[in-house]
Ligand binder design. Structure first.
Ligand code: URA
Length: 185
């Protein structure tokens, strides 16, 4: 059976596959264009995302919008999601069991979207999707090719919030992502 976007949305809304369902306020499904060539994958919703049920609405979202805008991109033309759909209390790193329980949702999102480019925002997403030993400081901006998809990683916007000197490198990575999209047309 093939799931639709609606099915996935409903499954996520009612999900009880891991204990985060007991502490979350709202699950956070991916958002953006369902025709997008570019899918951004971050780690897990933060506190404000948990309250609103929308990815990147907090302060790191402001940085993300600035980065996108500086490279001529907007949220409306990309798709943004997370490895975990529920907020881990205290913003702790996702646990292995939580990532495993939630992974099928990301797989369905990827299957339905069929992005040409997947951008991992930060270490947690890069280590889950590109390579378990991915080092974001050394390997951000590098490309890995799988089937019909090019994968890359850059700094998580909240890492830029903590250390604004990373902004320039993340901007270069995003501008390269825009060039890659043209190359893959
Ligand atoms: N940080 C994330 O990793 N994801 C969000 O949706 C918001 C903040």
């Amino acid at each position: 059976m093939q799931y639709t976007w609606n099915d996935i949305e409903q499954h996520i809304a009612a999900c009880t596959q891991c204990p985060l369902c007991q502490t979350r306020h709202l699950p956070v499904m991916g958002r953006g264009s369902r025709q997008a060539d570019i899918m951004l994958v971050a780690e897990a919703p933060g506190g404000q995302e948990d309250q609103q049920g929308v990815p990147f609405v907090g302060r790191s979202g402001e940085y993300l919008d600035r980065l996108l805008g500086d490279c001529g991109l907007s949220r409306e033309e990309i798709y943004i999601t997370n490895i975990l759909k529920c907020h881990p209390p205290g913003n702790r790193d996702p646990k292995e069991a939580e990532k495993e329980a939630c992974f099928p949702y990301l797989k369905y999102e990827t299957f339905l979207l069929k992005p040409k480019i997947i951008v991992c925002l930060g270490r947690v997403a890069a280590q889950r999707l590109i390579s378990p030993d991915f080092k974001i400081t050394r390997q951000h901006g590098t490309w890995t090719y799988r089937k019909n998809c090019a994968l890359t990683a850059t700094y998580h916007p909240s890492a830029i919030l903590r250390d604004p000197s990373k902004y320039g490198a993340a901007k270069e990575d995003f501008c390269e992502i825009v060039r890659k999209r043209e190359e893959l047309q």
